[in-house]
Each structure stands twice: as structure tokens, then as C-alpha cells.
Design a protein around this ligand. Sequence first.
Ligand SMILES: [Zn+2]
Length: 212
Amino acid sequence: MPSKKNATPANPAPATEELEGPPPPEPVSPVQVLYCAVCSFPPEYCEFGSSLTRCKEWLKENYPDLYDKYYSENALTAKVGTLSLEAQTKLEKDTAKKEAKAEAKADAALKKKLASQITIKRIERNKRKHVTAIHGLDAFGVDLKKASKQFASKFATGSSVTKNLQGQDEVVVQGDVSDEIVDMIEAGVGVLKGIPVDNVEIVEEKKKKGGD
Ligand SMILES: [Zn+2]
């Protein structure tokens, strides 16, 4: 009896001549997909993002050929040729509106960052023992748990995310490492990348005032 006919009768088996196992991998094109560094879409989709002006600048600078392909007079004429003048104007207006909105949002975020302060507090627990509390990193988009881990391994000491008296999270590192942390912020080490050191302030918290 031919073994080919062994498939479930209700389910007419497709004529499979192939070998068992996973299908052979699709041939991979060696062409690398390009993504816009500004909006992270492929360049032909930049117009759907909210940063087209900056996208175009980036493309022009880095891929002038592509820029010509997408934004040269000819390309634009070909593209909008089918749109009515009214539709074109509306499209341009929409794009401008979207961009203005995105810019305003970025502006506000930047302002907030600039106004945010990171406080590194050197806290004296007793004559020999200090801890360092770092407050405000989260305003700069830093994951506090990651920062805590980074400090722990950098200083080979204990470090944790703790709520302060105001109920806000901050990173508390064992030992007096405030100057080193300022250095790390200045150097932009690991998760501390991009924090303006001007926004960092060191404060002292003595256990007792005038105790000397
Ligand atoms: Zn883009």
C-alpha cells in the first residue's frame, strides 16, 4: 500500500514533496534598511511623524541621494501632482501644526529638565559613617533602580532606592561618594548620560549642628 495515502482522509493532505522539518530560511536581502535618526521611521515615512523638518535636514546631510529621491522638486511634483491645490495646502498646514505641537512639547520637556535639580546629600549618620542620598535623577529620565545598581557596583557598596521624608524616591548609597557621583554625572557614565552637571547640587546634612 502506498504510504502517501496515510494522511487523515477528512483532510486532503497537500502534495508535499519537501523534506520534513522547518522550511528553508527565506533568502535574506543584503540591503540594510535605513531608519531616520530623528523619528526612527524609514525615511519614506518621515512625513507621518511630527518632526519632518528636522528629518529632512538629517536626510539631506547624511543621505543626499535619498533626500533628492524623496524631496526634490520633481519628486514632490510627482507625488502631490494628483492632489488638488486645496488638499496640498491642507497637507502642508497639517504638517506645520503637527511640528509646532511637537516642538512645543519638546520645549516644555526641556524647560522642565532645566528647572529640575538633582540634589546629592551627604548625610552624616555618625562620626565615621555617611550615606549619600541622590534625589531628582528621575526628572532626567534615569531609572532609579538601574542607577542604584550602577552605584553599588561602581563603589562596591550597598545602594538602594528609598522613599525620603517627602515620600519621593531617591537613591541612597552607603558611604560618602558625593564627589564621585558628581564626577560620574559629569562624565555621563552609564544611565547618568545626558544629565547637565549644572543642575547638580551637593548639600551637607550633619547629624548635629554645632556639635564640635
Ligand atoms: Zn524622520
